[in-house]
Ligand binder design. Structure first.
Ligand code: KG4
Ligand code: ZN
Length: 338
């Protein structure tokens, strides 16, 4: 079954062709990062306009790369939520038009379910159930993937997402948007113990996290040093931030593995590319004797291949949509049914 998959929820326009959920025939991405960099963050109106310009030629390119024609498409999958609403709607309406014109089913895919499914592409033998640590620019959560479309949120951040925390600290350090990857590069090999940063404790659910205190502490430290004209050891501060974020994630992940008894751990989302987090979850999995799945770096950030992978399982579960899909685009929970 060939799925044409569309992703336009933020600043990447992406179109992929995925066969039977696991095999990638084409994976086209057009990033807008260089445009939004000028403003230090994503400008939603510009993002929507760029998606409109890009999506059609990108879909044509994906079909050419896949070596198939329109007639070979069996379903159209699309990210329906969450995301910048104008940006999401460009993809949703393109997908609706394509599905309608081809007379094929339309399959709405939650963006976070897509990130989780990136692991199916990198690990063809991976099957639920497994525990997944989802870490992106907008989300940080631990989810129990009971089945391909039966996903339960166990805990998550009460405030900032891990990626947001990295990006905001990186921005104050003068790194270009999105700063997470630059902060990661800067931190490598540096002494992470030089700057002690707070570890937040959250009342209630022991699997919940908080990153806003860490973000504020790091930013205050930078501003204080600037006011006193003291030099900051930037690599050491970046290593301290990465260490603090990773410790918080890994301790909750360990607890969630204990609670659920799952024998497989997967990691998903843009922040899954972080070298410190990858090293720490690898060490955790080895210590606990659980199997670890990390997505390849190309499938960590936003892409349409992951939407095609999850779209296949949503289709098999009968979770297709009619043409009123716009109404769902404002919903943002992983467990939401469509
Ligand atoms: O999943 P994603 O592409 O978009 C969302 O769904 O949010 O994640 C983007 C986030 C950004 O915050 C970006 O800075 C972060 O992932 N990121 C990283 C790294 N690469 C990307 N954060 C830390 N270390 C990295 N190597
Ligand atoms: Zn994402």
């Amino acid at each position: 079954m060939n799925i044409l998959a569309i992703e336009s929820s933020c600043d990447e326009t992406a179109v992929a062709v995925v066969r039977d959920g696991r095999s990638l025939l084409a994976d086209c991405i057009s990033s807008q990062v260089d445009i939004h960099k000028l403003y230090g963050g994503v400008v939603p109106e510009i993002a929507s306009r760029k998606h409109i310009e890009t999506i059609y030629p990108l879909a044509e390119q994906a079909l050419t790369e896949a070596g198939i024609t329109r007639a070979d498409i069996d379903a159209v999958a699309v990210t329906y939520a969450p995301g910048l609403i104008g940006a999401v709607l460009v993809g949703v309406n393109f997908a609706k038009a394509a599905a309608f014109a081809l007379g094929k089913p339309l399959v709405p895919v939650h963006h976070i379910r897509g990130h989780i499914a990136a692991n199916y592409l990198s690990h063809p033998e991976l099957e639920p159930p497994f525990l997944c640590l989802v870490v992106s620019g907008g989300h940080t959560m631990l989810v129990d993937v009971r089945d391909y479309t039966d996903i339960q949120i166990l805990g998550g951040t009460r405030d900032d997402a891990a990626g947001e925390c990295f990006d905001k600290i990186a921005r104050v350090l003068g790194m270009p948007y999105p700063g997470g990857a630059a902060l990661d590069r800067m931190s490598q090999g540096a002494d992470g113990t030089k700057y002690p940063l707070p570890r937040a404790k959250v009342d209630g659910n022991p699997l919940d996290l908080s990153f806003s205190g860490l973000k504020t502490a790091a930013i205050n430290l930078i501003h204080n040093a600037q006011q006193k004209q003291e030099e900051i050891d930037v690599p050491a501060l970046c290593a301290a931030v990465a260490g603090a974020v990773s410790n918080a994630l890994v301790s909750r992940t360990e607890l969630a593995l204990e609670q659920t008894g799952r024998g497989t751990l997967a990691v998903a989302g843009g922040v899954a590319a972080n070298s410190r987090i990858r090293a720490d979850v690898t060490a955790l999995a080895e210590r606990l004797g659980v199997r670890l799945c990390l997505p390849e770096l190309r499938f960590c950030g936003d892409n349409a291949a992951m939407i095609g992978a999850q779209g296949y399982y949503e289709y098999l579960a009968g979770r297709t949509a009619d043409m009123t899909l716009n109404a769902y685009a404002t919903k943002s929970l992983v467990g939401e049914t469509v």
